[in-house]
Design a protein around this ligand. Structure first.
Ligand SMILES: *[C@@H]1O[C@H](CO)[C@@H](O)[C@H](O)[C@H]1NC(C)=O
Ligand SMILES: *[C@@H]1O[C@H](CO)[C@@H](O)[C@H](O)[C@H]1NC(C)=O
Length: 961
């Protein structure tokens, strides 16, 4: 028996291995992308161990101005002097900048990400001794202690330590120096790299390296043409890769040598950290000690792998820390390649170990340490001190702006594919939605629509009459999105290329010629979007006369804007390529895609004379990209795990401001089985950006191609999405106004419930809906955690009421999407689902009132014309507030500043958790009273009030008697 079982398990193992080998065949080729060890600056930075820092703050040099404190920092080994600038910012933020006091050339400071110069709060000195200075920030509970030797900053709130900077002494600031000999660059580089090899050999046999911070100061290090023989002590300029770096066949000449910066932050009391997207990983960040750090470097990763810290298409260098008492944020404003190490003093300890610590007199308090390392630029970091997570959202939004308010249509469903063949195909797909009674707002065209991938043009045989096609879609009240990528075919007959070349607007090589890479069209140039002249030129290209065959219902997506360069190192641009102002690509890499997105959105605004809101989807992004539109999680795969990971990926992005996020429904690569397609439609219906997209090599998968048993529930999922559009639109308005994420981790709503801190298989939409999608094949049920002491949750399909907190086993069928409305909320819906959102925007509203155990509920509705900036420029909007208490439902204005002419009215009110009233009375503004027809379902306690018939902008009261 035992032997037989043993044998079987070996066979299973073998099978598992086959499975593994098969699945790795689809996975990323890791060797195309650097590990920290292969990125010379990361390796150098990471080789520094915690210990005494060589940096000392020269307290005598301290100067206090009304809006900043400056103090010099000296590296006691190299004697190089840095300048630290410290600012208290209004609203519980602190900014720290560190640069060289006398740099050989200026270092890159990231422009255009901050929406304004943040208003400062006055700093004053409130204490001082020989090695430290205590600073008080006006009108805040914070004190900052600056310690001289070794340099360290501590932030305290009411005498308790909140955060420390350089407490572990891991600060590294590689100052600029001249190359080690004065030959021409090329000679020097070759020489340097040969020397590196010799020295490497040497050091392997030689004596042990000097202890850290123990070297003799080399006063003359900078500026001298050292002779290699004399260069004995360990100086980071000698490290392999410091002056030239190879990766595979690619050489990175480093004319300015090593310039990396790094700094550590200690967070006492913190065990849970989040953010720093984009990674295909869980919501809660993992400890990286002993493994790879999280990497932020915008890359086009072919067939990305899940659950690892590899870089993906976008980067937002923002980290959030949370415990039951407070929240903190760190915003590291640097656009160069960045790595983030996370360590924790409790990692790896068992619960028992932690308990033992506790019993033995407290043990250690938990602490998380975060170490940031960037290849160039300066140290520019914002500490967001909360104290609550919604304060952090507000603080971060005050720096980088909020989510752009999307046009209503873009919250509907998008049908995409690489590629819809021709105009007839587009018209047929459009008709398919009508034939099968499925709502859809947008049809998408990928790269094949353009003439030889020359963006802003059309393939004349397949799309001979784009305006007629757009007109046809407009008659259906639908839109088209066409791709416009930032790689431009090198072709003297292509006007876009010719103009950019002659205007000198392409990114250059380090020698000053136009940089050419390889991408979809073949040989291509890359417009230098960091140059405002380039962005202006690009924005003007979207005018209807320049972009021929475009019309007002054509919108745009920017793909490949990391930028993707097929023949470049790590499939991107050489780091020594040159941008406007002489900056290297190294300095600006992570912000390139942000600028493409910015210029494209600006173009769509301009073509309408500033009237219409743009819609632009981007694959690459950076901090602040939320201001320009939507992003998606790139080229995923038709696998259940990819469906699952879409949840933490979008949650992470929402935490750092990018609310308009989605994943390709169905999966981009490979062919999904019908069950996976259906489940993905159900998940996507409850994620912010809802688009199906697929690779050229996959089979067609428009929803009606599904077998009937899957088509029905897929249609239902799409219809649920459309019914909830007023709710989505209102959530986006709040994200736009206040910076709160649309899709939120549970812990944001329940910050004291530790059960929620690691949950990323379920989430909240606003504060009202809890979604726990089905992401397993053949699922019979899901375990849903319903949080909140004293909270009630109503299943939106069955109206069944559940009490929190509990873990509920909910049986599911193919048509189940487990979604719960929190008792205490009111949600607006459009229940007459039509062909597209544009056909529904004047439809009457149904209110869903979910009563709390206290007998109350609140909710809101935002409405405007759905597509212009008139809500902003002319205050043409309605923001209504609904509240229920004491058996009375009231509608009032949430914002009397706005007014918008609309025919929308309230056609029904559904009250969940209500008893049966004797009568229902409606009172409107003009004191009119009338009795309402109602229906009460005793079994589910659902009370439906029929036809209140009141105008949406009116004040009214409904009494249940
Ligand atoms: C600043 O912090 C204090 C104390 O933690 C808090 O009471 C206050 O609301 C915060 N202010 C802002 C604007 O976040
Ligand atoms: C700090 O003190 C202020 C004022 O006394 C108080 O409002 C705040 O809650 C305290 N914060 C903490 C974290 O104890």
């Amino acid at each position: 028996m035992a032997a037989a079982r043993r044998r079987r398990s070996w066979a299973e193992l073998a099978l598992a291995c086959v499975g593994l080998c098969l699945s790795t065949a689809f996975a990323v080729d890791r060797s195309n992308f650097k590990t920290c060890d292969q990125s010379s600056f990361c390796k150098r930075q990471r080789s520094i161990q915690p210990g005494s820092s060589p940096y000392r703050a020269l307290l005598d040099s301290l100067e206090l101005a009304p809006d900043a404190l400056t103090v010099q920092l000296v590296n006691e080994v190299t004697k190089v002097v840095l300048l630290l600038e410290l600012q208290g910012l209004q609203g519980n933020m602190t900014r720290i900048r560190i640069d060289e006091l006398k740099p050989l050339r200026p270092r890159y400071r990231v422009p255009d990400v901050l929406v304004a110069d943040p208003p400062t709060a006055r700093l004053s000195i409130s204490g001082r001794d020989e090695n430290s200075v205590e600073l008080t920030v006006a009108e805040g509970p914070y004190k900052i202690i600056l310690t001289g030797r070794p340099f360290r900053l501590d932030l305290l709130e009411n005498r308790s330590l909140v955060l420390s900077v350089n407490a572990r002494g891991l600060m590294v600031f590689e100052h600029q120096r001249l190359p080690r000999n004065s030959f021409s660059d090329k000679v020097s580089l070759t020489f340097g790299s040969i020397w590196d090899k010799i020295k490497n050999l040497f050091s392997r046999q030689g004596p042990t390296e000097p202890a850290e911070g123990d070297g003799t100061p080399d006063e003359e290090a900078a500026g001298k043409a050292d002779k290699p023989e004399e260069n004995k002590e360990k100086d980071d300029s000698d490290e392999p890769g410091a002056w030239e770096e190879m990766f595979k066949t690619h050489s990175d000449s480093k004319p300015y040598g090593p310039t990396s910066v790094g700094l550590d932050f200690s967070l006492p009391g913190m065990e849970h950290v989040y953010g720093i997207p984009e990674h295909a990983d869980n919501l809660r960040l993992k400890v990286t000690e002993g493994g790879e750090p999280y990497r932020l470097y915008n890359l086009d990763v072919f067939q990305y792998e899940l659950y690892n810290p590899m870089a993906l298409y976008g980067s937002v260098p923002v980290l959030l820390a949370h415990n039951i008492h407070r929240d903190l944020g760190i915003f590291w404003l640097n656009a160069a390649e960045t790595w983030v190490d996370i360590s924790s003093n409790t990692a790896g300890k068992t619960l028992f170990g932690k308990m033992l610590d506790y019993l033995q007199g407290g043990g250690e308090t938990p602490q998380t340490d975060v170490r940031w390392m960037s290849e160039s630029g300066i140290i520019d970091v914002f500490l967001l001190l909360g104290p609550t997570v919604s304060d952090i959202f507000r603080q971060y939004a005050s720096l980088t702006g909020t989510q752009a308010l999307p046009p209503l249509f873009s919250l509907g469903y998008h049908q995409s594919r690489w590629n819809y063949r021709d105009e007839a195909d587009v018209i047929e797909v459009d008709q398919g939605f009508d034939n099968h009674d499925i709502p859809c707002d947008v049809i998408w065209l990928d790269i094949e629509h353009a003439d030889g991938k020359r963006y802003f043009t059309w393939d004349s045989s397949r799309f001979p009459q784009p305006l007629a096609m757009l007109g046809h879609l407009a008659s259906k009240r639908r839109k088209l999105v066409a791709i416009v990528d930032p790689h431009i075919k090198v072709d003297s007959g292509y006007r876009v290329h010719e103009e950019l070349r002659s205007l000198g607007l392409y990114v250059k090589t380090r020698d000053g010629s136009d940089y050419e890479g390889w991408c979809w069209p073949g040989s291509v140039g890359y417009p230098d979007f960091t140059d405002i002249k380039m962005r202006e030129w690009w924005a003007n290209m979207f005018s209807f006369d320049k972009y021929e065959g475009s019309a007002s219902n054509l919108y745009v997506w920017n793909d490949m804007n990391e930028p993707s360069v097929f023949n470049g190192p790590e499939v991107t641009m050489l780091k020594d390529a040159r941008h406007h102002g002489g900056w290297e690509h190294r300095d600006i890499h992570n912000i390139y895609g942000f600028y493409v997105h910015m210029a494209t959105a600006e173009g769509l605004i301009r073509r309408s004379g500033g009237v219409e809101r743009p819609f632009v989807l981007s694959r690459a992004f950076f901090a602040g990209s939320q201001r320009f539109g939507a992003i998606w999680t790139g080229d995923n795969a038709a696998e259940w795990d990819h469906l699952k990971i879409s949840i933490p990926m979008c949650l992470s992005l929402g935490l750092v401001g990018l609310s308009f996020c989605g994943a390709d429904v169905g999966g981009f690569f490979k062919n999904p089985e019908p069950e996976l397609i259906l489940r993905w439609y159900q998940v996507g219906a409850y994620q912010p950006f809802y688009r199906a997209h697929s690779h050229m090599d996959t089979g067609r998968r428009e929803p009606w191609l599904l077998p009937p048993e899957y088509l029905g529930p897929t249609r239902d999922a799409l219809r649920q999405r459309y019914a909830l559009l007023p709710f989505w639109y209102t959530l986006f308005y709040r994200a736009h106004r206040d910076g709160h994420p649309v899709m939120r981790p549970l812990w944001v709503q329940y910050p004291k419930d530790v059960t929620t801190f690691g949950q990323d298989d379920q989430y909240m939409l606003g504060d009202s809906l809890l979604v726990h999608p089905v992401t397993e094949p053949g699922a019979r049920g899901v375990q849903v955690y319903l949080p909140g002491q004293g909270e009630v949750w109503y299943d939106i399909q069955s109206y069944q009421k559940h009490h929190g907190p509990q873990t509920l086993y909910l049986p599911v069928t193919l048509s189940s999407i487990p979604v719960f409305q929190r008792g205490g909320t009111i949600i607006p819906r459009w229940e007459r689902v039509r062909r597209s959102s544009d056909c529904m925007k004047d439809d009457p509203i149904t209110l869903y009132v979910a009563i709390s155990p206290q007998g109350t509920a609140e909710g809101e509705l935002y409405l405007d014309d759905g597509h212009t900036f008139n809500y902003q420029t002319q205050k043409k909007y309605l923001h209504r507030k609904f509240s229920f208490s004491g058996n009375t439902l009231t509608s009032s204005s949430a914002d009397p500043q706005g007014y918008f002419e609309t025919g929308v009215w309230i056609e029904r009110v559904v009250i969940l958790g209500a008893g049966k009233p004797a009568s229902v009375l409606l009172q409107t503004e003009g004191l009119l009273e009338n009795l309402l027809d109602f229906h009460h379902e005793a079994e589910t306690s659902v009370l439906t009030l029929r036809r209140p018939g009141v105008h949406v902008s009116a004040d009214w009261i409904i009494y249940l008697r």
